[in-house]
Ligand binder design. Structure first.
Ligand SMILES: [Zn+2]
Length: 310
């Protein structure tokens, strides 16, 4: 298997202050862990291009781009919303984060890679059509889905989101869109407190009480996601890969382990193999305990690369 690993230096320059959990150290922890495991050297490493206005405005109205651009400070940081801040590099980092998924989609459709992991930040799944929130500016996975439709004529795109927070942004963008199936497992009741009970037919919500462990979560995924995915038969599988449902994560109260991330990745690969000629692109969302994040991404990558977990 050829797994492409896409990132960009700008993604390290966006920061929201020394106390903020969504920090550049997250990417450094992932990089260090993958290097130590000898995995990064086995991937096809590439630079994530910046998404263009045309690619971003497939899911965000132009006024969202303009109002964010108007906020970019020359120095220091500005507060956009509760806990989402912007420095001079944030918007450029967000363009590379979205552009990574666009490039990932290109690579799998052009057979330049079997699958792709985008090690980027800021994350994207809380960004709604015209609202930056929850550490997110542009909805990276949604920009990738729109690219698959526009550029390659995909008529069935599946988005699997196993971040501990529900993907309100992705739902806001694709609710009632029959060409996109969104499967999301999340701690509930919990942030983002929006769209949590959306009953659109293309949204598969798997709410989990605090304390949910791996076996319970796996059963819920098999019960809720698998039949919907096999019915839908996606032409490409996109993953919003958040690692904050891990038992060590400080921002939530679910209890997944490293092996659960290997398991869900295998499940997604199997769906992509059955229906989508193996096309699969994954993008980093949350995950705030640095050692657990590194191990979670390692497990995810091992599955993508067709390697055993241990
Ligand atoms: Zn999250």
């Amino acid at each position: 298997m050829i797994t492409a690993y896409l990132t960009h230096p700008e993604c390290h320059r966006h920061h929201m202050g020394p106390e903020h959990p969504e920090s550049p150290m997250r990417l450094e922890a992932i990089h260090a862990r993958l290097m130590r495991a000898g995995l990064l050297q086995q991937t096809m490493q590439g630079d994530a291009p910046a998404a263009t206005d045309e690619q971003l405005t497939r899911v965000h109205p132009p006024h969202h781009l303009q109002s964010l651009q108007a906020c970019v400070p020359e120095h220091g940081m500005v507060l956009l919303e509760d806990d989402t801040l912007m420095n001079a590099h944030s918007l450029q980092a967000a363009r590379h984060a979205a552009g990574a998924v666009v490039s990932g989609v290109d690579r799998v459709y052009r057979h330049q890679a079997d699958n792709v992991f985008c090690a980027v930040r800021p994350p994207g799944h809380h960004a709604e059509r015209d609202l930056a929130m929850g550490f997110c500016f542009f909805n990276n996975v949604a920009v990738g889905a729109a690219h698959a439709r526009q550029r390659y004529g995909a008529q069935r795109v599946a988005i699997l989101d196993f971040d501990v927070h529900q993907c309100n942004g992705t739902i806001d963008i694709f609710r009632d869109d029959p060409e996109v199936l969104v499967c999301t497992s999340f701690q509930s009741p919990f942030y983002p407190w929006r769209h949590l009970s959306t009953d659109a037919p293309n949204i598969i919500n798997t709410p989990l009480p605090a304390g949910t462990d791996g076996p319970t979560w796996r059963r819920a995924i098999e019960r809720d996601w698998l039949p919907a995915l096999d019915d839908f038969a996606p032409q490409i599988v996109l993953i919003s890969a958040g690692f904050d449902a891990h038992r060590d994560d400080p921002l939530a109260e679910c209890c997944l382990d490293d092996a659960d991330y290997y398991w869900i990745t295998r499940l997604a690969l199997d769906v992509a193999a059955r229906h989508a000629e193996h096309r699969l692109v994954s993008v980093l969302e949350g995950g705030y305990d640095l050692p657990a994040l590194g191990r979670g991404v390692e497990a995810h990558l091992k599955a993508l690369m067709g390697l055993p977990l241990d």
